[in-house]
Write a protein that binds this ligand. Structure first.
Ligand SMILES: Nc1ncnc2c1ncn2[C@@H]1O[C@H](COP(=O)(O)OP(=O)(O)OP(=O)(O)O)[C@@H](O)[C@H]1O
Ligand SMILES: [Mg+2]
Length: 244
């Protein structure tokens, strides 16, 4: 039985801000005395110890006392989709191995936020995509998307794909990211509303561009001011469907 209680944070693309948003959400939920953990099932692009992997960043943002290799049991160096990055290291992983590796971590927390790799249709193993992992875990999903032009298309496609696979979508967060592009982008005033209108999934807030060094206190403050946590708290307390 896959006894996962949690929320899967996916994105419309790589680099949209899943790690920073996941870290900030977990920090804010833990500040409410909830024992929420974080899991990055597979990561690629850097090795543990570099300080640059998502697992290390998640631990830094949240202040969670875990070993990075427990947060991310599978790390591959090549900046490629996990399936190919693993192959370059001569490793072949299965979906069941990925899930089994996360179980001890999940058991230590009342609920976990799980950061995907890239977007929903990213190859994870020889025969599975990220969406298949979400399906197997039976958690709902939260989408992180860019704020600016193009986000309606990417977000609606992501919602539709998740729903086709029977995955419940809790909401979407638009992240300003680190580029200056949004400052001359008039679409940002209407994107959230249009996405809501065409798919009916709730907009949970806009995560601002952060200029200063990102520390836990500051990330908690940003979440409290900008993001609706109620639907996320609710999603985290629902047992995974298999446990019900
Ligand atoms: N709101 C923001 N303010 C400032 N910098 C940001 C913001 N959002 C993202 N960034 C920066 O943009 C880069 C990409 O963000 P992040 O790593 O969180 O994306 P991701 O979706 O997790 O990517 P991946 O697919 O590699 O996991 C990082 O360097 C991050 O620090
Ligand atoms: Mg990331």
């Amino acid at each position: 039985m896959n006894g996962f209680r949690g929320l899967f944070v996916t994105g419309t693309d790589t680099g949209v801000g899943k790690t920073i948003v996941t870290g900030a959400l977990v920090a804010a939920l833990r500040a409410e005395k909830r024992n929420i953990g974080v899991w990055k099932p597979v990561q690629s692009g850097a090795l543990l110890g570099s300080g640059e992997t998502d697992a290390e960043r998640l631990l830094q943002y949240t202040g969670i006392d875990e070993r990075a290799e427990h947060v991310a049991p599978f790390t591959f160096q090549a900046p490629l989709t996990p399936m190919l990055a693993a192959k370059q290291d001569g490793v072949e992983i299965t979906l069941q191995e990925i899930i089994s590796a996360g179980q001890p971590l999940a058991n230590r927390y009342e609920s976990i936020l799980i950061e995907g790799a890239g977007g929903v249709a990213v190859p994870l193993t020889e025969d599975s995509l990220v969406v298949d992992l979400i399906s197997e875990l039976r958690t709902p999903a939260l989408i992180v998307a860019r704020t600016g032009l193009g986000t309606i298309n990417h977000t609606l496609l992501t919602v539709s794909y998740l729903q086709q696979h029977g995955i419940k979508v809790t909401g979407f967060i638009l992240n300003d990211g680190e580029s200056d592009e949004i400052y001359n982008d008039s679409s940002i005033t209407t994107n959230a509303e249009l996405i809501e209108r065409y798919c009916g999934i709730p907009f949970l807030g806009r995560f601002p561009r952060l200029m200063d060094e990102m520390n836990t206190e500051m990330l908690i403050q940003v979440i409290r001011e900008k993001i609706q946590l109620t639907p996320i708290r609710q999603a985290l307390t629902v047992q995974s469907m298999e446990e019900e």
